[in-house]
Design a protein around this ligand. Structure first.
Ligand SMILES: CC(C)(COP(=O)(O)OP(=O)(O)OC[C@H]1O[C@@H](n2cnc3c(N)ncnc32)[C@H](O)[C@@H]1OP(=O)(O)O)[C@@H](O)C(=O)NCCC(=O)NCCS
Length: 327
């Protein structure tokens, strides 16, 4: 086995995609999203990615980085994907990783893996413990009938797509950002979410390759933003991906979230998508109730695992390599 730095070249992104596809065909990689993520890393972020080769052939990828979502000081996110025929490399790669992360002195490592992936078994055997679980779920629009759920909007409220709103103006963006921050604070999670600063959010959310202003819906009372749901383009065929859905506390239990989701589903149908995907924390009963009523079907859970303290291997990395390339 050889481990070499990932070059952040077009060829290496293709290598990454091929390995990831072989490792988890049910969960294809979002290459455009990954490249955008890599490009929008902020100063001070750690990002080290490697390609694992056997007999000159790429059979795995491995990385450690500042968590993209929810960055916390001292926490590094680790991820690896191995071709199923080379799963036995997990042990040596774990040794490699411990050597490499030692200079960063992280107080915790974390990763998100599906409960049915081999990584779950291996990492829990190394002492990683579950922090929380999310369900990805899918709505098949070919079998979706919205009519039993449709209700008139509460008086005084409207739903509009971002494309009909001044979303490129900073004043509007600041209102939207404030709404998202407020709603993120209300998402029931095991730990509070650390939001991105405004400028990072602008770059990542509003300039992301998957933004679809026509499929991003905002609920308004006059000009006051009170709720939202958002569909993004997806790398999966015939699919749109849901981002955050939320309604301000002052406006809950009036059918607004359901109305937003129905409006988004109608958009998806007209857009020509067959599937809508979403992801929800297992403790988010209110949101799960809405998605269950709509007919979303759950997949195996994705589990956030954490290891703390981190057993660091002092000394040199187990495998060669000097300074690593950056995106
Ligand atoms: C989840 C959330 C968006 C629901 O918004 P809402 O506008 O209050 O939801 P609706 O009024 O459309 O609810 C529709 C149905 O969902 C179910 N529901 C909604 N909130 C519920 C709750 N707190 N507990 C149980 N069921 C709930 C009910 O069946 C409800 O119908 P009913 O009011 O006739 O009983 C809102 O609670 C919220 O913003 N939460 C914080 C952000 C969040 O967690 N977003 C999801 C992250 S992916």
């Amino acid at each position: 086995m050889q481990v070499r730095p990932f070059l952040f070249s077009a060829a290496d992104y293709q290598t990454y995609a091929a390995v990831r596809q072989a490792a988890h065909p049910e969960s294809p990689p979002d290459l455009a999203g990954l490249q955008h993520l890599d490009r929008t890393r902020t100063q001070g972020d750690v990002l080290a990615r490697f390609v694992v080769e056997v007999a000159g052939e790429a059979v795995g990828v491995l990385e450690y980085a500042t968590p993209y979502y929810d960055p916390r000081p001292g926490v590094l996110e680790v991820q690896y994907y191995l071709h199923p025929h080379h799963q036995a490399l997990e042990g040596p790669l774990w040794q490699f990783l411990q050597g490499r992360i030692a200079p960063h002195q992280p107080h915790a490592l974390q990763t998100t893996v599906r409960e049915d992936w081999p990584q779950y078994r291996f990492l829990t055997a190394q002492g990683f413990v579950e922090v929380e679980r999310r369900w990805d779920s899918v709505l098949d629009l070919a079998h979706f009938d919205p009519s039993p759920l449709a209700r008139p909007l509460p008086p005084g409220l409207t739903i509009q797509p971002l494309s009909a709103l001044p979303w490129q103006e900073e004043a509007f963006q600041r209102d939207l950002y404030a709404l998202e921050i407020e709603l993120l604070g209300d998402v029931p999670t095991a730990e509070p979410i650390t939001p991105w600063p405004f400028e990072v959010w602008q770059e990542r959310s509003l300039k992301g390759p998957n933004l679809l202003p026509e499929g991003f819906f905002v609920a308004l009372e006059g000009t006051h933003l009170v709720g939202l749901t958002m569909l993004f383009k997806s790398h999966r065929p015939q699919t749109l991906q849901t981002g955050l859905t939320g309604v301000r506390r002052s406006h809950r239990r009036r059918g607004l979230a359901l109305a937003l989701k129905l409006r988004a589903a109608e958009f998806a149908r007209v857009y020509g998508a067959r599937y809508i995907r979403t992801s929800n924390h297992q403790i988010n009963r209110p949101m799960l109730a809405i998605n269950e009523a709509l007919g979303f079907v759950k997949e195996p859970a994705r589990v956030l695992l954490r290891l703390s303290p981190v057993p660091l291997k002092p000394g040199q990395p187990a495998f060669g390599g000097s300074s690593d390339p950056q995106p």
